[in-house]
Design a protein around this ligand. Structure first.
Ligand SMILES: *Cc1c(COP(=O)(O)O)cnc(C)c1O
Length: 223
């Protein structure tokens, strides 16, 4: 599903200016337009494994200065240990100042992978705007073809469909586990449903984009 994050953030700011707006961007970071500053979003919670195309294992979070102030001025201590901003922020600030600091060993391999991916996203052959456009086009094509094959989108309309991932109800005679298994035999990996009310009825497919072949370093087409 694609939420109208801009309108939600604007509404929250109007009705309750002190409320922080937190966006779950696990799927959407790097596949959908998210204007954190311009839309007044205070926190974007992301992860490595979807739009950013890195193996799973990193939680990637961006905070606005306002949200950071809230973190710093908490009266109750943060309950989390490893995931506490209070423990990681001094480490991050030290590194930014050019001096190392330690709290716990980070997932170094994943952070190298993240750097490679972010470099290709921000400095690769496709601009961020074009990247979002390619995602919109790829998912629109994918939805059209899936509908022709008898699938129905879980999103009620194209406007409400995410562009980095498409959730599809399978036809009655095609149970998701059978389809997922058959595709896996062809080295195509898709995921089952998660929403508790409908999870046995639908599949989730990531629609990734194809870099311009002339500038791509991979030998074959990627899709
Ligand atoms: C996939 C997804 C999640 C789940 O992420 P995990 O890293 O598996 O916890 C949460 N939110 C959104 C929007 C997602 O697409």
């Amino acid at each position: 599903m694609l939420s109208d994050a801009k309108a939600i953030a604007e509404t929250v700011k109007r009705v309750s200016p002190s409320t922080l707006v937190i966006l779950d961007g696990v799927c959407s970071v790097a596949s959908e337009e998210i204007r954190m500053d311009a839309w007044g979003i205070d926190c974007v919670v992301g992860a490595s494994q979807k739009g950013i195309s890195v193996p799973p294992g990193l939680s990637i979070t961006a905070l606005s200065p306002r949200a950071l102030d809230v973190v710093k001025n908490r009266t109750q201590p943060i309950a989390a240990y490893f995931a506490s901003y209070a423990r990681w922020l001094p480490v991050m600030q030290s590194y930014e100042a050019g001096t190392p600091a330690y709290f716990a060993t980070p997932s170094v391999n994943l952070i190298y992978a993240l750097e490679a991916s972010l470099n290709s996203i921000v400095a690769g052959p496709v601009s961020l705007e074009d990247r979002f456009k390619l995602h919109r086009e790829a998912s629109a094509r994918f939805r059209t073809q899936a509908r022709e094959l008898g699938f129905e989108t879980v999103a009620v309309s194209d406007d409400a469909s995410a562009n980095g991932m498409t959730a599809l109800y399978t036809p009655e005679d095609v149970p998701p586990p059978a389809l997922i298994g058959a595709l896996a035999k062809r080295d195509i990996v898709i995921a089952g449903g998660l929403h508790k009310d409908i999870k046995t009825k639908y599949i989730r497919c990531a629609s990734s984009i194809r870099p311009r072949p002339s500038l791509s370093r991979s030998s074959g087409p990627r899709d």
